[in-house]
Write a protein of this length. Structure first.
Length: 284
């Protein structure tokens, strides 16, 4: 690659990212306002969901960012909700994906489809796991502070957190868009597609592995790959179903049963892959 082409990749990546900046800020500002004014009520609804847990968990989980996956991990560790509800929240969580898609006006029509599919997947598998959970219940001890990892600080208002999230995600976006553009320039679209198992039923398996990275980076990578056409809709669903953000980190830290945590992670991965493969076969 020549120095001139490298400079073009850098400039294109920067310009593509800057175009998304105002959309990111206003999206995060709206999310912070929602969490600031209604967050505690929504959290209480999840904690008292009972038999409707998988449905409520799936609906709450589809709200952008990973706050509800973190809260549900705390609730599960404290014995307040069951594993079926926890899995439903994790499966429907898309972390930053929705906000990034909102920042791309030409892809807004895809958002409702993505949310609807993930909610359906979360509800179905949430209830299946809830039914299986009844065979061997796992009692837990209550924890004192269930909301200590939510990151909510009312004293900061909504502007400061919105700016913080915007800068953080904007930085991730610049890096990820640059890396994708660089790989396309170096390898070519066909070779990159081959590496990502394009047109293969196994691509959701790879995407689901990427989604397990416990960071918002995984949802950004998957969303950008989808927006660039490098992975299919089925694969982005599989990847975002495992992409529970910081939820898995909190689960492993708060729930002391390592085997149980590993089993939940395994179930999350398997359900995401199965969902992705079914969607791939049905060509939804």
């Amino acid at each position: 690659m020549t120095l001139e082409k490298f400079g073009d990749v850098c400039l294109d990546s920067l310009l593509d990212s800057i175009k998304l900046l105002p959309f990111l800020f206003f999206a995060f500002l709206f999310m912070e306002a929602l969490e600031h004014h209604a967050g505690s009520k929504i959290n209480k609804a999840l904690a008292s969901s009972g038999k409707a847990g998988p449905v409520i968990g799936a609906l709450l989980g589809c709200v952008p960012q990973c706050g509800f996956s973190v809260f549900s991990a705390n609730l599960y560790s404290g014995g307040v909700i069951g594993v079926g509800t926890l899995i439903a929240v994790f499966l429907s969580t898309s972390d930053e994906a929705i906000i990034i898609m909102l920042s791309n006006p030409d892809k807004k029509s895809e958002i409702l489809k993505l949310i609807a599919v993930k909610v359906v997947v979360a509800v179905i598998f949430g209830y299946i796991i809830t039914l299986l959970e009844k065979i061997k219940p796992a009692p837990k001890k209550q924890v004192e502070d269930l909301c200590k990892d939510c990151g909510c600080d009312e004293e900061d208002g909504i502007l400061k957190p919105a700016l913080h999230h915007t800068v953080k995600i904007f930085t991730f976006l610049i890096v990820i868009i640059f890396v994708i553009n660089l790989f396309v320039e170096l390898l070519g679209e066909e070779r990159l597609s081959a590496i990502l198992l394009s047109n293969s039923i196994f691509q959701p398996m790879l995407a689901a592995l990427i989604g397990l990275i416990p960071s918002c980076a995984s949802s950004i990578i998957l969303t950008q790959l989808y927006l660039e056409g490098a992975i299919t809709f089925a694969s982005v669903i599989a990847g975002l179903c495992t992409g529970a953000g910081a939820g898995l980190i909190v689960l492993f830290r708060e729930n002391r049963n390592l085997k149980e945590n590993l089993f939940i992670t395994f179930v999350l991965y398997v359900t995401a892959v199965i969902s992705g493969m079914i969607i791939q076969l049905l060509q939804i």
